[in-house]
Design a protein around this ligand. Structure first.
Ligand SMILES: [Zn+2]
Length: 411
């Protein structure tokens, strides 16, 4: 299977594993344009295509469309093949084709494991022994775990706002966890790179970019097709840098290229109203995303001041949209999901909160099928969870005290 890198802007092709993740031709004209992986889709035989319409065991069942030669030994912890669960609250309102895809059951409890399984496998293939990453939590934890699995040293730079448990988890996997100011991290990554640390980063139109990790995210699209038997009408994704949304879009685009689906679902970017840089650009019809200094939301994982321009391209090309919701709506949705047995972190509640908003605005039909990506579990942010519910009842060791509680609660 032929695999190569391609520039989305000018179409110039590069060999897989080329040293720069940027298009050199675009760079000559002053444009920073990230490359992405392309494949010879027509060369896939009908029997090999079957892997993309049936539920397998891990993302590596899709290795025909992952950026490695045959026979690669993956760095894997069993990521992917996460459950698609019908959403009961929506069903009760008459919307019976809405699902959450629960990524919190991945090995480090988030969708980032798909990214890191591919990215760290590539790092090992390229012969590096030390990796560096920056993160508000989930990404750093996942990079640390997969680096440990591959016997690589890792350093993760966290902003001071990161929940302590997230930092401790990365350390538990053996990472050197460094907590510093939000904006100090970029120059520190540059210094570590000069010292020989390889960056585990995302696809961006910036100097620091890599096309490989995003190939892990696209497997979410393959799994949705395998579970539903058809592409949904809409896929709602929480957006920070925009890589997960773009990756899923790319997965559906490849399925269309292989003639396994007819149309790509509308990709809906979901953000908090205090950190909505993608919506601001989209509503103005821009192709470049600006910055939003001081962006804030309880959804820490999506609290970014900017995002990659590729997320806008995915929204435009899929006929998609952006939706923002308040922190209060996020908390309400965390409670709603918990009543269905799903404990989502704040950012992971964004898609379902956005979906209820679309329903309220009559922008969603009862016959529409939608998948809301629940990216990570709420257990990593215990402070936010404890704000959602009254505290536990503490009583003395007597049955009469128990009886009083039951009576007070009307149970
Ligand atoms: Zn180019």
């Amino acid at each position: 299977m032929k695999k190569w890198l391609v520039c989305g802007a000018c179409g110039t092709q590069y060999r897989l594993n080329a040293p720069s993740g940027l298009c050199l031709r675009c760079q000559e004209s002053g444009r920073l344009q990230g490359l992405e992986v392309s494949y010879d889709y027509a060369a896939l035989s009908p029997s090999r295509k079957k892997a993309f319409v049936q539920r397998g065991r891990s993302i590596w069942d899709f290795s025909d469309l992952l950026p490695f030669d045959e026979g690669v030994v993956p760095v894997t912890l069993g990521e992917g093949m996460t459950p698609l669960t019908p959403m009961l609250a929506a069903s009760r309102m008459g919307f019976r084709h809405i699902y959450t895809k629960n990524e919190s059951v991945n090995p480090t409890w988030s969708h980032k494991d798909r990214f890191n399984s591919v990215a760290i496998t590539k790092v090992r293939e390229l012969g590096h022994s030390r990796v560096v990453g920056t993160s508000t939590g989930n990404q750093g934890i996942s990079t640390a775990a997969y680096a440990a699995r591959a016997d690589l040293r890792s350093t993760i730079l966290f902003p001071a706002e990161t929940p302590k448990l997230m930092v401790d988890l990365a350390s538990q996997y053996g990472a050197l966890s460094i907590v510093t100011q939000w904006h100090a991290r970029d120059s520190m990554v540059q210094r570590l790179m000069e010292l020989g640390w390889f960056p585990v980063v995302s696809l961006k139109n910036r100097e620091l970019t890599s096309p490989y990790g995003i190939e892990g995210y696209k497997t979410i699209a393959y799994e949705i097709l395998a579970d539903l038997g058809a592409a949904p009408d809409k896929v709602l994704v929480p957006v920070a840098g925009g890589n997960a949304l773009y990756g899923i879009y790319k997965g559906f685009r490849e399925l269309q290229e292989m003639k396994l689906i007819e149309r790509i679902p509308q990709m809906i970017a979901c953000q908090a109203s205090g950190a909505n840089v993608v919506e601001k650009a989209f509503k103005q019809g821009l192709e470049r995303i600006g910055t939003q200094p001081g962006a804030y939301s309880i959804a820490t994982s999506t609290r970014e001041e900017t995002a990659g321009d590729h997320v806008l391209a995915a929204i435009y090309r899929s006929g998609g949209d952006t939706v923002t919701v308040s922190d209060g709506e996020i908390q309400d949705c965390m409670r709603t999901l918990a009543k269905e047995g799903l404990c989502a972190e704040a950012a992971s509640a964004l898609p379902t909160a956005a979906l209820f908003k679309l329903i309220g605005e009559k922008k969603f039909k009862e016959t529409d099928t939608a998948v809301c990506l629940l990216t990570s579990g709420g257990c990593k942010s215990p402070d936010i969870l404890s704000d959602l519910r009254p505290p536990a009842v503490r009583i003395e060791a007597s049955l009469s005290a128990l009886q009083q509680v039951l009576e007070r609660m009307g149970l």
